[in-house]
Write a protein that binds this ligand. Structure first.
Ligand code: URA
Length: 209
């Protein structure tokens, strides 16, 4: 199994409790998801390569560190993954954003892509797939397969809450993908919701339902 990293920073855990709370309305829910995504992004990008550059301070010339130019791509899985994008762009504004929308055909059980627009140089970018809820892991695994078919070589998956079933499934399907989550919950219920979870992330983000 590739690495699963639990991001248990106190700020992340504190905000996550309010995100879970059913009395948190859409405006606060959206803002909190954005903030948590930004904090998580800090950990997810911890291994970004640096290079040495020369700069001039007001005092003298000195060597300093700068990102080496390895490019990042953020790919939210529609629609709930969208809620995590803006927070990440605050930290990595040069990242390009792709979008993937897919569902499972209930008869064939095959993933059906209804939307896919990706940066053209996806093979040269470190891709971070976002989806707040890793439930069965089906859509995340299918989205990662799609990204690999389109040429992605370096992929991480960032979610907010994962069910053990989803972690196991994605890890089995994609041995090369590191997964980052702020919580590993107990289980899935009979309707495929994570328990205790936060309910339907898409509905809570966009005020639908
Ligand atoms: N998707 C959600 O939005 N919530 C869950 O609990 C599971 C999948």
């Amino acid at each position: 199994m590739k690495k699963v990293t639990l991001i248990n920073h106190p700020l992340v855990q504190h905000k996550l409790s309010f995100i879970r709370d059913k009395n948190t309305g859409s405006k606060d829910f959206r803002e909190l998801i954005e903030e948590v995504a930004m904090l998580m992004c800090y950990e997810v990008t911890r291994d970004m390569p640096l290079e040495e550059i020369e700069i001039e301070t007001p005092i003298c010339t000195t060597k300093a560190k700068a990102l080496s130019g390895k490019k990042v791509g953020i790919v939210p899985i529609l629609r709930a993954g969208l809620g995590m994008v803006d927070g990440m762009l605050k930290l990595i504004p040069a990242a390009k954003v792709g979008h993937i929308g897919l569902y499972r055909d209930p008869e064939t059980l095959k993933p059906v892509e209804y939307y896919c627009k990706l940066p053209s140089d996806i093979g040269e970018r470190d891709i971070i797939v976002t989806d707040p809820m890793l439930a069965t892991g089906g859509s995340a695994a299918d989205a990662i397969t799609l990204l690999k078919q389109r040429g992605a070589k370096s992929i991480k998956l960032m979610c907010l809450i994962a069910a053990p079933e989803g972690l196991e499934y994605v890890s089995e399907q994609h041995l090369d993908v590191d997964i980052y989550t702020a919580a590993i919950d107990e289980k899935l219920n009979d309707h495929g919701y994570i328990v205790p979870g936060l309910g339907d992330a898409g509905d809570r983000l966009f005020g639908t339902k």
